[in-house]
Write a protein that binds this ligand. Structure first.
Ligand code: PMP
Length: 460
């Protein structure tokens, strides 16, 4: 029996226990039940992760786009351990507080765009977005305008898996699990800059955010939510001017603009926050993932003190919203240290520089393979798409599972990437930790190239 490298329990036993007792997130249950888990991780260091068989992989997607500073950072372990020994838990309900949550809120205020200087803490991305939806609806209710409640998201947008965030999500597969979404969520076509600027003659006008606002009436719309760059929906980078056109549209109609920076926050795109590429400031900004580089669970919703003060002036009694782990001391201590690492090691700049190399590499793949097109990326958030015929845009038959096959071929070569296959797309996402170096990027491109070649030989 193969023994796990560092534990007494055998790999076979682990697999059986996994099958018996563990319901995995976003995994085909039957596949897990028949085959057991594909990988069982045991340790991680830098950009590499090792499984229980002792096989080492480059983590080319920072796990779930979240391990920004890489694995195994002693400073983060120490920050967590010191905080647990000092104050293991402290509630911030009922107007209580503790030092590390105050310091984190202050730090976030100093690095967030524009006037976003107040944070509400959560345990992750879904909770952050869900909180933002409740805050905007609460605001309009307090204003005596409860009908101003509709929330417009974008098709291919991803915002989480709670009821509200599932409903705001525009990737249809995530709605398959349920029969009914939460009321009051609508979806617009992404990246329709001309429509958002007011071009009513455009064929997509009715499906644009502006077209939907016009149809539903701005008096019924509470907010628009969008990712600066759509992640799960395909690493879709907006055209120049798009985010500004949405910002102006929201201002014009007194509608909140919520940006979901759960992936794009904390340096991923080569700026501290994604919106900084387009110089706009949202009304509410939701973050998670990279805030702690995935070492512990944390998310936040940021807003201006002006908005907070308006809520204060209109409120009577508490805002009945809060999670037991809102502002958990360990999470806050790790976040502070994580942000310090990102700043001290120049990881935002590194992501920008390495991202240029990564995109160059992907463009090279595009030119040198018959089935690749649409290489795109900003910082270390990138993707490339696979087509049977890139010239005509003809895709591969779904039964070929093109992107999953290429990703599986990468895994054979000890590189973990992620297929993005929603809506018939066959994209491969590449988003390594922000500490990646030139050699790492070259290795990723080389392995991806060999894996694409292997798939090409099978299907062409
Ligand atoms: N928003 C975006 C843009 C995300 O990518 C994700 C997670 N992939 C979420 C929200 C949900 O975050 P969580 O899984 O932490 O709830």
């Amino acid at each position: 029996m193969t023994k796990s490298v560092t534990t007494e329990i055998s790999v076979e036993e682990l697999r059986e226990l996994d099958k018996k007792h563990f319901l995995h997130p976003t995994t085909p249950i039957k596949e897990q039940q028949v085959e057991g888990p594909e990988l069982i991780f045991e340790s991680g260091k830098g950009i590499r992760i090792t499984d229980v068989n002792g096989d080492e992989y480059i983590d080319g997607v920072s796990s779930l786009w979240n391990v920004n500073v890489g694995y195994g950072r002693k400073e983060l372990a120490e920050a967590a351990s010191e905080q647990i020994l000092k104050l293991s838990y402290g509630s911030s309900f009922f107007n209580q507080s503790h030092e590390v949550v105050i310091r984190l809120a202050t730090k976030l205020a100093s690095i967030a765009p524009g006037d976003l200087n107040v944070s509400f803490f959560t345990s992750g991305g879904s909770e952050s977005n869900e909180t933002a939806f409740k805050i905007v609806r609460h605001y309009w209710k307090l204003k005596g305008r409860p009908e101003k409640r509709l929330i417009i998201g974008l098709e291919n947008g991803y915002h989480g898996v709670t009821m509200g965030t599932t409903s705001a999500t525009g990737v249809p597969e995530f709605k398959n699990m349920i029969t009914e979404i939460a009321p009051g969520f609508l979806h617009a076509l992404p990246h329709q800059t001309e429509c958002e600027k007011g071009d009513k003659s455009h064929p997509n006008y009715e499906r644009s955010i502006r077209g939907i606002i016009e149809k539903e009436g701005p008096e019924n719309i509470a907010a628009v939510i969008l990712e600066p760059i759509q992640g799960v929906g395909g690493v879709n980078i907006p055209p120049e001017g798009y985010l500004k056109s949405v910002r102006d549209l929201c201002d014009e109609h007194d509608i909140f603009m919520i940006t979901d920076e759960v992936i794009t926050g904390f340096g991923r795109t080569g700026k501290m926050f994604g919106v900084e590429h387009w110089d706009i400031v949202p009304d509410l900004m939701c973050v998670a993932k990279g805030i702690t580089s995935g070492y512990v669970q944390l998310g936040a919703v940021m807003m201006s003190s002006k908005l907070r003060d308006e809520l204060a002036d209109m409120s009577e009694g508490p805002m009945f919203h809060g999670f037991t782990y809102s502002g958990h001391p360990t999470a806050c201590a790790v976040a502070l240290k994580n942000i310090e690492i990102i700043e001290n090691e120049g990881l935002v700049e590194n992501a920008r520089e390495m991202g240029e190399g990564l995109l160059k590499g992907l463009k090279y793949l595009e030119e040198n393979h018959k089935i690749t097109a649409k290489a795109r990326g900003l910082g270390l958030m990138a993707a490339i798409e696979l087509f049977k015929d890139p010239e005509t845009g003809e895709g591969f038959a779904p039964e070929l599972f093109a992107a999953p096959a290429v990703v599986a071929a990468c895994k054979q070569r000890n590189l973990i990437l992620r297929p993005l296959i929603f809506g018939g797309m066959n994209a491969v996402a590449i988003a390594p930790p922000l500490i990646s170096q030139k050699q790492d990027i070259e290795t990723i491109i080389e392995i991806l190239s060999d894996s694409i070649k292997e798939f090409e030989q099978k299907v062409l």
